[in-house]
Design a protein around this ligand. Structure first.
Ligand code: SF4
Length: 368
């Protein structure tokens, strides 16, 4: 098994049967070797730096009805809120003062945030702090919308694909949502020039090893700049609320495999991981992650942005906990960096965008 890990580290891929064997492996020594190789790959590109992203959950209104999500439109028990432009800018500024050089605007698919409103917010964020990266995570939008937001200054975009298997996607989403559309959105974002992030839930209901293999194959093909994975955590007010959560162990194994597939990827230790394990953040780093996304949202908003239950942020993950995060990272030999933390391409050592703004390729995918 260790030879498989070494082969994955050297060749950045494995035959399907070998990858399935690695996914099934529970041998402690092999896993320790896998994590050590993942750390080695991460440190070769990003050193000991841990990049922090200030997360602002600015709206929990959503037109969609994803079966696993606590803020799905059918959940009448969700207490809805929207932050004003001024509140968003104030959260981002407070974060900047603390050392956050990336802000992530995350929200449901909320029609209130038209291109005009969202572009104005992105422009204001960039005007206030030109050295700050703006990441958006606001779901599926049209190609024109993605382009307008990019032109307004957005640098990165996170859109989880959730699963690269169409039948599984359809099990997790209502009929009006489309696997093809999700994939077309991702291709479009990358084509426009965003540093693009995809990702999936680990242990979602009905997920098999074959599904995970398909996710890894998709990631290897798509070559995203960021990958966000976290364990599935059920929310009782959803149709999937009675299913068991995904596991920390499998999530860590997948983080390490993804690091070896894409050594340069920006890979967060997600809040969901920290929700299931108080040391999830440290364990994620030791499995090859290099990003953390502390919450900058106002306290009253944080508990309402409940995609799943028991979110770690409600138990104290606040921007004020940054010094605690620094201490915890130092305890495992890493350091929180005050840096924009762009993706580093395999051909540069500086951390540059894969395509500079203004140098767009035409979008070759169907209009999402
Ligand atoms: S997962 Fe995202 S798109 Fe789906 S219901 Fe939740 S917020 Fe909306």
């Amino acid at each position: 098994m260790k030879r498989l890990v070494d082969r994955l580290a050297a060749e950045r891929r494995l035959p399907r049967a070998d990858m399935l064997a690695l996914l099934a492996c529970e041998d402690a020594q092999t896993l320790a070797h896998l994590f050590a190789r993942a750390r080695q790959a991460r440190e070769a590109v990003y050193g000991k730096d841990v990049y922090i992203r200030g997360l602002i959950e600015f709206t929990n209104f959503c037109k969609n009805d994803c079966l696993y999500c606590g803020i799905r439109r059918s959940n009448a028990r969700a207490r809805r809120y929207r932050l004003s432009r001024e509140e968003i800018l104030a959260c981002a500024e407070a974060g900047y003062q603390m050392g956050f050089r990336t802000v992530v605007l995350q929200g449901g698919e909320d029609a209130y945030f038209t291109d005009e409103r969202l572009c104005a917010i992105v422009r204001a964020l960039k005007a206030a702090r030109p050295d700050r990266a703006v990441t958006l995570s606001v779901g599926e939008r049209s190609r024109e919308s993605y382009q307008a937001l990019f032109d307004a200054g957005a640098d990165r975009y996170l859109l989880r694909h959730e699963t690269a298997t169409k039948a599984h996607y359809e099990r997790l989403h209502p009929p009006e949502m489309s696997y093809e559309r999700r994939m077309a959105c991702l291709a479009c974002l990358k084509s426009i020039g965003y540093q693009t992030g995809c990702g999936f839930m680990v242990g979602s209901p009905g997920q098999t090893a074959e599904h995970l293999l398909a996710d890894l194959e998709f990631i290897a093909r798509f070559q995203p700049q960021m990958v966000g994975i976290g364990p599935f955590i059920p929310h009782r007010d959803t149709p999937l609320g009675a299913f068991a959560a995904g596991t920390v162990e499998l999530t860590l194994k997948l983080l390490a495999i993804i690091r070896l597939l894409l050594p340069n990827v920006l890979l967060p230790a997600t809040t969901a991981l920290a929700t299931l394990d108080a040391r999830g953040c440290e364990k994620g780093m030791l499995a090859g992650a290099n990003v953390v996304m502390p919450n900058l949202s106002p306290a009253q908003a944080r508990e309402k942005y409940a995609l799943y239950e028991g979110k770690a942020t409600a138990a104290g993950e606040t921007a004020n906990a940054l010094s605690d995060l620094r201490r915890r990272m130092e305890s495992i030999g890493y350091r929180v960096a005050v840096a924009c933390g762009d993706h580093r391409s395999s051909t540069d050592g500086e951390g540059i965008l894969t395509r500079k703004k203004g140098e767009h390729d035409p979008c070759t995918t169907p209009n999402p």
